[in-house]
Ligand binder design. Structure first.
Ligand SMILES: [Fe+2]
Ligand SMILES: [Fe+2]
Length: 166
């Protein structure tokens, strides 16, 4: 199995897009289906942003200074998503703001994943060796094992707090 970092992250993105689609195809008042879809979205995003924040972004920033601005912008986009995820995790699916907040989260994350895939991951592919990308991928698979799955877990909260006070 390939552990290429960019392949792994794009696979995650596909899973995230599927979860978004599941939310969007649920009926307006299908609260159980919408709640389940959002639980899945929250879990996938919490794990994915954790491995990018902890492994991919800092390593890429160190190895490829020319993508530093892209990485910094991406950290901010993660932060916006984190705020929405924390708020969403506290809302019930029949709350008036639930669908609106989920829709805004989906719009933001779709835009963010597109920027990663189209704007700066290609520069990373270009700038790093196959071996470096494989190593980065292995590190991310390791990090995935201890990644938080809900935004209320201490390692996820710490990340949010660090982003605010850093
Ligand atoms: Fe990201
Ligand atoms: Fe990503």
């Amino acid at each position: 199995m390939s552990t290429d970092a960019i392949v792994l992250l794009k696979n995650d993105h596909q899973e995230i897009r599927q979860a978004f689609a599941a939310f969007e195809k649920a009926g307006e008042k299908a609260y159980v289906a919408k709640g389940k879809a959002v639980d899945r979205i929250i879990e996938l995003l919490t794990v994915h942003t954790y491995i990018e924040n902890e492994v991919m972004y800092p390593r890429v920033r160190e190895l490829l200074p020319e993508v530093e601005d892209d990485v910094l912008e991406s950290y901010e986009e993660h932060h916006v998503a984190d705020v929405l995820v924390v708020e969403l995790a506290a809302l019930k699916p029949d709350s008036e703001r639930f669908t609106a907040k989920t829709t805004v989260l989906i719009e933001n994350v779709r835009h963010h994943m597109e920027e990663e895939e189209e704007e700066w991951f290609p520069k990373v592919r270009e700038g790093l060796s196959r071996k470096a990308l494989q190593e980065l991928g292995s590190e991310m698979l390791e990090a995935k094992k201890k990644a938080p799955r809900r935004p209320s877990q201490p390692s996820a909260l710490k990340k949010t707090i660090d982003a605010i006070i850093a």
